[in-house]
Design a protein. Sequence first.
Length: 85
Amino acid sequence: MEIIIEIYMYLRDGIKEHFILKKVRKKFKKLNEINSDIQNMYAENQGLLETDKTIIDKVLSTDVTNSHDINELYLFLKNYLDKTQ
């Protein structure tokens, strides 16, 4: 009888482990899909991010007390806006 109980316990633990591994694999697959989606979104929007960095750098390098710099920034932003439309 003890042998039957030990076999039952062994099988029960094996089945439990199988289902836990199955759940973990399913969760890992979902996380992998999310990661792929994020990477795809980043790749699609990388050009926009680089353009934003260029604009931010230009704005930050502009001396607001110098009217020539302000005019340069205005022309730069206007040119950028014309390109995007």
